[in-house]
Design a protein around this ligand. Sequence first.
Ligand code: PMV
Length: 333
Amino acid sequence: MSEGRVTEARARACANIALVKYWGKRDAARNLPAAGSLSLTLGALVTETTVRFDPGLSVDTMQLDDLPARPTDLAKVIAFLDLVRAQAGITTRAHVASRNHFPTASGLASSASGYAALAVAATTAAGIAMSPRALSQLARHGSGSAARSIYGAFVRMHAGHANDGSDAYAEPITSRLADRVRMVIAVVGGGAPKPQLSRGAMEHTAETSPLYRAWLDVVPHDLAVAEGALAAADLPALGAIAEANALAMHASAIAARPAIIYWQPPTLALLALVRDLRARGASAWATMDAGPHVKILTTLDEAEAIADAVRRVPGVTDVLISGPGPGAGTVST
Ligand code: PMV
């Protein structure tokens, strides 16, 4: 890009929900995960981000859902833009406008879609072409889960071993299950901002939880089972390992000192409902992230009936149904 003129690009990315969770880092400065993870990108949870490099700006600015970004969010975005500027060999400041089409910062993974969309929009506006793998590595600096949102449907994130993070990237996994699965998302508590952001919470878990080691030990097993289930298009096997893995992640966080408890009473009621539905023959498995919401993995055919059952649980304020979504990409401005 020429430093002298305004350049702009817009990108869209979908959030993803991990079926084998990322919870813990091996390098905080480079934001390298301690273990791999595996996720499903969701078409109903979309972030759209526009980046405009403008020689007339003296500082970076950002609007999130039409409001000025909070200073802590802006500082992270500036650090991310600095990475892009360094790669592009420019110093131009930018204006970023991002819009989430779902509740922000509520445990519905807005950082994943946000940084994936920002990676695509910022590199395009800066005039640098990047492979999807390189984009996943760039997005990872903003948020570990964002690396996965570069791709659609089922995605595997590799923790890697290299100190420079060159082997920590995401890649897509093809599975016939992509045509059949749905996620029913039960929003608990109105999508209010969550009390503890995942970045600090996973560091606190790693430092203080007596169960953290056991959590890290089980992830490679859970990844192997999940990948086998995807290869065999075996939804019950995928669902069972996803639910078990989410419970193990939360157990490690709950055992931190002081405890990190994301669950609220409706969360437990939803977990009981999911077990009950399963006992009656339904395809339904639960997973939870850094918030009180419950995401239920199910089939295209059963999603509506499960959503109806979920809506009747007191404390559930919204229910979304999503199928797999596409990878991140540019859209016209
Ligand atoms: O990408 P982060 O730093 O927001 O962490 C994501 C953590 C979980 O959502 C709880 C798990 C995951 O793998 O997405």
